[in-house]
Write a protein that binds this ligand. Structure first.
Ligand SMILES: NC(=O)c1ccc[n+]([C@@H]2O[C@H](COP(=O)([O-])OP(=O)(O)OC[C@H]3O[C@@H](n4cnc5c(N)ncnc54)[C@H](OP(=O)(O)O)[C@@H]3O)[C@@H](O)[C@H]2O)c1
Length: 292
């Protein structure tokens, strides 16, 4: 059974590659702007070329772990590209999967919710506050209406150590900034479940392998704000003499987003025994990787 991992050199994609290697699963991975040994070039925005690449690889499972650089702000400022990337490309992929009986993995977000009534279960009312959230939700809806064999994983605050990254996750940004400077400002008003990228990938693979298709929340087991998370990180990393300043209220020019997006993982935990690490355990994995 062959897997196609789109975005195989990204934060989450790398973890799928690692798992395929560990499990001796046959896979093909794609890259975009960065050269990477063994990965094939692929551009999600060239919609007409997507089916040809899929035909050539002929996978039984397609995992889309491509991330559009710039994320939420980029989408807001470039709505047409955002739509093409999140919705139109997803439609092309889903249609190919339906015609070719392949399973599809889509990584969605807590941004489908407004953050007013956490914790959220999978079927709770959605109400995205920004375009990224709207488009992610539209992608989800197309998949659910048109495919049987899919895993949609809503996640948030994904982290792992990755020195090569072009799109640093929160902890990488924190550590990289504090290498250069003695202070950093961090929001105390943003709450979520830090999610170790390896847990997310392992959880998704487990669902696919056991054919537990559907929509799942897959996030770390603890809920915390960014400031407290950052303080714990620098303590564990032994970064002495550094100051983390707490930002108490959202800046007026911030793109609206859910401030309290606690996702309930009960549905996932009923069918999978993959461990979702808590804050301290996740930070220990991160810091150990950082120290080599
Ligand atoms: N990270 C989070 O906290 C989080 C939370 C919720 C949902 N998600 C979702 O998870 C998915 C993956 O996120 P991530 O953080 O792992 O992303 P990431 O680390 O930024 O990964 C980016 C990957 O996408 C590739 N890529 C970028 N533009 C592309 C394009 N136009 N065509 C083809 N490939 C392209 C990159 O290739 P090159 O490096 O070669 O350019 C790289 O492999 C995204 O859909 C994101 O919305 C992430």
């Amino acid at each position: 059974m062959k897997y196609l991992i789109l975005g195989a050199n990204g934060l989450i994609g790398q973890q799928f590659v690692q798992l395929c290697k560990e499990k001796s699963i046959d896979y093909v991975g794609t890259r975009y702007s960065r050269k990477a040994e063994g990965l094939i070039p692929f551009n999600q925005l060239e919609l007409d070329k997507i089916p040809k690449v899929f035909d050539e690889v002929s996978p039984a499972v397609i995992i889309n772990s491509i991330g559009l650089s710039g994320g939420v702000n980029f989408c807001e400022n470039n709505p047409e590209i955002g739509r093409k990337y999140h919705v139109e490309a997803t439609k092309v992929m889903v249609d190919w999967c339906r015609q070719n009986r392949a399973a599809f993995v889509y990584i969605s977000s807590d941004y489908v919710f407004d953050g007013e009534n956490p914790p959220y279960k999978e079927e709770d009312k959605t109400n995205p506050l920004n375009l990224y959230g709207e488009l992610k939700l539209e992608g989800e809806q197309y998949i659910r209406a048109n495919l049987e064999h899919y895993v949609i994983a809503r996640t948030t605050n994904v982290f792992a150590w990755d020195l090569e990254t072009q799109t640093p996750n929160f902890l990488m940004h924190l550590v990289n900034t504090l290498k250069e400077k003695d202070r950093i400002k961090v929001p105390g008003f943003l709450y979520g479940n830090p999610t170790y990228a390896g847990d997310l990938a392992a959880g998704i693979m487990d669902l696919i392998e056991h054919k537990h298709y559907g929509l799942y929340h897959i996030v770390g087991s603890e809920y915390i704000n960014r400031y407290d998370w950052a303080v714990k990180c620098i303590e564990m990393a032994g970064l002495k003499g550094k100051t983390i300043e707490k930002i108490e209220t959202p800046p007026t020019d911030m793109v609206p987003r859910p401030l309290k997006s606690h996702l309930d993982t009960g549905k996932f935990r009923q069918v999978s025994s993959i461990k979702l690490h808590n804050v301290e355990e996740g930070l220990r994995i991160f810091v150990n990787a950082m120290k080599g």
